[in-house]
Ligand binder design. Structure first.
Ligand code: SAM
Length: 287
């Protein structure tokens, strides 16, 4: 249902075979969590995810490791509020974005290749859904979302068309949104405009980038010497934030970089998992 990307690399960069306490900020279906727990019988794992449904599946999957992990239904950016001693953690993993389980779930509305209600909330209790963004945001707000999170150079036509159509009838499904975009922005080989629109709305709904930089900047200060952070990102907006935080922390002599350049998946992994194509892994160690 979800193939964890760069699995061996994550375990290696976390030094998980050495034994310790780890935190998986994005448990998803628990693929990376399982590998971390499997790497040493002495490992303990804390985990967070915004998606309760995914966490429940992960918990079942990790039954064999019962007693060695604690999961919280929470945003990792709120780590400080959880009963976890951050300065005792030996390694942190953040595998950002959405899982195949979420993308391919026909009810969740993350993907334009599946007809579904416009939702896209990782946390089903989240206040804002894709429906609200598409139907309730003002022209200017929508324009900004497409520009900032979809990196669409000139989203004027896309925004105009959405605003025009929603005046006739609320836009309720992924297919309705898809048809509006397709009519004005034909498919392209590299980064299809439709993919950009869906990415932008998803990032806005889940506030994926809001506070990420502040969270990571604080984290590099709070962790203990020797502790490692591994981050996998799937688009340039996320990767830029990670790169910039690591660069500043390195200049401040807080960390050493374990990856000078982001690591990408190798050919054999790509053959098995197309999702790994856009994955970039960066890792650092606290000095
Ligand atoms: C790429 S998937 C992780 C897959 C996981 N590593 C595995 O092996 O199954 C990303 C997961 O992170 C969760 N997520 C994304 N941003 C989050 C955040 N800020 N806090 C907590 N969970 C988040 C999503 O709900 C999703 O389940």
């Amino acid at each position: 249902m979800h193939i964890p990307v760069l699995l061996n690399e994550v375990v290696e960069f976390l030094n998980a075979a050495k034994g310790g306490v780890f935190l998986d900020g994005t448990v998803g279906l628990g693929g990376h969590s399982a590998a971390i727990l499997n790497a040493s019988p002495h490992n303990y794992l804390y985990g967070t995810d915004k998606d309760r449904e995914s966490l429940d599946i992960a918990k079942e999957k990790l039954e064999a490791f019962s007693g060695r992990f604690t999961f919280f239904h929470a945003d990792f950016k709120n780590l400080e509020t959880l009963p976890i001693k951050i300065d005792k953690i030996d390694g942190f993993l953040f595998d950002l974005g959405v899982s195949s389980f979420q993308l391919e779930n026909p009810e969740r509305g993350f993907s334009y290749s599946r007809e579904a209600p416009l939702d896209m909330r990782m946390d089903k209790k989240g206040k804002i859904s894709a429906y609200n963004v598409i139907n309730d945001y003002s022209y200017d707000e929508l324009f900004d979302v497409f520009k900032k999170y979809g990196e669409i150079e000139n989203p004027t036509r896309i925004t105009e068309q959405i605003v025009f159509h929603r005046k006739q009838k609320k836009i309720e499904s992924t297919d309705e949104l898809k048809n509006i975009i397709r009519r004005i922005a034909p498919k392209r080989k590299t980064m299809d405009p439709l993919a950009r629109v869906f990415q932008a709305v998803r990032i806005e709904v889940n506030q994926e980038l809001t506070g990420l930089e502040a969270f990571l900047s604080k984290l590099v200060h709070s962790i203990k010497p020797g502790s490692r952070i591994v981050i996998i990102s799937f688009h340039s907006l996320e990767d830029r934030i990670v790169k910039s935080v690591f660069k500043t922390a390195k200049q401040d002599h807080l960390i050493k970089l374990l990856t000078k350049k982001p690591l990408a998946a190798k050919k054999d992994e790509l053959q098995m998992n197309i999702r790994a194509r856009s994955a970039k892994l960066r890792a650092c160690e606290k000095i």
